[in-house]
Design a protein around this ligand. Structure first.
Ligand code: HMG
Ligand code: MG
Length: 314
C-alpha cells in the first residue's frame, strides 16, 4: 500500500485498460433500507458520488410506490440532480409504460427494464410470468428507443434463485436473448442472491457469446452474499467485460429476495482495479469519504472491507 492510501499498482495480463462502473448505491442500496432516507440526503449522496468521479449513477426507480416505498420520492429527487451536467448519466429503473411516462416527463435519458431468468422471482418482483414481463417491457423499450433514450436490460437470478435453486444457463440465455431482441442497448447479468462462482460466470458469458450476444453489450451485477463478488468480477473482466455494477459502501439487496445482501462495494472494486492499473476515473479517497458520510446518515457502519480499512482510526 502507498502512503496515499492506495494499493501498489501491479498490472496483470488479459484485462481491459478501462472499466466503466455503473454505480447502483442510490437505487439498489437505498431501496433495501428499512428507513426511508430523506430526499435531500439522497441528492447529496448522488452529488458526492459524481464528485468522486463516478459517471454512471443509477438514481432511483419509477416503480409502484407501494412496492418500493423507499424510492417513492423519485419525482422529487430527479429534478434535484439537474445540476450534475451532461457528463454524468443518471439511469432510472422503469418496469412498465406508466414508469416510462413518469421518467420521460422528468427528462430521463437512460432507463433500465428489469427481467428475471426465473418464474418465481418474476412473479414476486413484477407480478408477471417471465414472458408477460417481456411483453410488458416491449412497448417500454420501443418508446424509449424512439425517444433516443438508452435502455439497459437487467436480468435477475442468472446464477441461482432462492425458491428454484440452480438456474440452468440455457434458461438465462433465452431471456437474455429476448431482452436483446427487444432492443436493449446493454444487458446486466444479476447475481441477485450472490451465489455465483467464477467458473459459472465464465460459462454463462461463453454461452451468451455462442448465442450471439457480444461481450461488449454485457455488464455484470454481483451481490456479495458469499464473498464472491470480486472474484466473479475478475473472471468477467478476463472474459472481456468492461461494465461493472457496484454499490458505494456495499449498500444493497432486493426487497423481493430476502436472501440478497449488498452489492459488490464500489470501494472494494476500485481498490482492486487501482492495484491492477485499470482506469476507472474514480478517486478512492473521495468515494470512501462519501460512504463514511452515508453510513453516518444510515446510523451503521459500511460493510465494505475497503471503507472500513481506509477509515479505521487508531
Ligand atoms: P401490478 O400490481 O401488477 O401493477 O404491479 P398493475 O400494472 O396491475 O397496476 C396497478 C396499479 O398500479 C395501477 O393503478 C397502475 O397505474 C399503478 P390504478 O389504475 O389501480 O390506480 N402502477 C404504477 N404507478 C406508478 N408507477 C408505476 C406503476 N405501474 C403501475 N411504474 C409493477 C406491477 C411492475 C408496477 C410492480 O410489480 C412493481 O412496481 N414492481 C417493482 C419491484 C422492484 O422495484 N423491485 C426492485 C428492483 S429489481 C432489483 O433490485 C434487481 C436488480 O438489482 C438486479 C439484480 O440484483 O438481480 C435490478
Ligand atoms: Mg441488485
Amino acid at each position: 500500500m502507498t502512503a496515499a492510501g492506495l494499493p501498489m499498482t501491479v498490472p496483470a495480463p488479459g484485462l481491459p485498460a478501462r472499466v466503466r462502473i455503473h454505480e447502483v448505491g442510490a437505487r439498489d442500496g437505498l431501496q433495501n433500507e428499512k428507513s426511508v432516507v430523506p430526499t435531500e440526503v439522497k441528492a447529496e449522496f448522488v452529488r458526492r458520488l459524481a464528485a468522486a468521479g463516478l459517471t454512471t449513477i443509477e438514481a432511483t426507480s419509477f416503480v409502484h410506490p407501494k412496492w418500493v416505498p423507499q424510492l417513492a420520492d423519485a419525482e422529487q429527487l430527479f429534478p434535484l440532480l439537474d445540476g450534475l451536467g451532461e457528463e454524468v448519466a443518471l439511469p432510472v429503473l422503469v418496469p412498465n409504460e406508466r414508469g416510462l411516462d413518469r421518467a420521460l416527463a422528468l427528462g430521463a435519458r437512460r432507463i433500465a427494464v428489469f427481467g428475471s431468468a426465473t418464474e418465481t422471482f418474476a412473479a414476486r418482483n413484477l407480478n408477471r410470468t417471465v414472458d408477460e414481463s417481456l411483453a410488458m417491457f416491449e412497448p417500454v423499450v420501443a418508446r424509449a428507443k424512439a425517444a433516443g433514450v438508452h435502455v439497459r436490460g437487467y436480468l435477475s437470478m442468472c446464477f441461482g434463485d432462492p425458491w428454484e435453486g440452480a438456474v440452468p444457463v440455457a434458461q438465462v440465455v433465452r431471456v437474455a436473448k429476448a431482452l436483446e431482441d427487444l432492443g436493449c442497448d446493454e444487458l446486466s447479468l444479476g447475481d441477485t442472491i450472490g451465489v455465483a462462482t467464477p467458473g459459472h460466470v465464465t460459462a454463462l458469458l461463453a454461452a451468451l457469446n455462442e448465442a450471439g450476444v457480444p461481450t461488449g453489450t454485457i455488464g455484470v451485477h454481483f451481490h456479495d452474499t458469499y464473498g464472491q463478488a470480486l472474484s466473479n468480477t475478475l473472471a468477467a473482466l478476463q472474459h472481456g467485460v468492461t461494465t461493472v455494477d457496484a454499490s458505494a459502501g456495499g449498500l444493497g439487496g432486493c426487497p423481493y429476495a430476502k436472501s440478497a445482501t449488498g452489492n459488490l462495494a464500489t470501494e472494494d472494486l476500485v481498490w482492486m482495479l487501482d492495484g491492477l492499473g485499470v482506469d476507472t476515473g474514480v478517486d478512492l479517497g473521495a468515494l470512501t469519504a462519501t460512504s463514511v458520510w452515508m453510513a453516518e446518515q444510515l446510523g451503521r457502519p459500511s460493510p465494505s472491507r475497503t471503507v472500513r480499512a481506509l477509515s479505521h482510526k487508531e
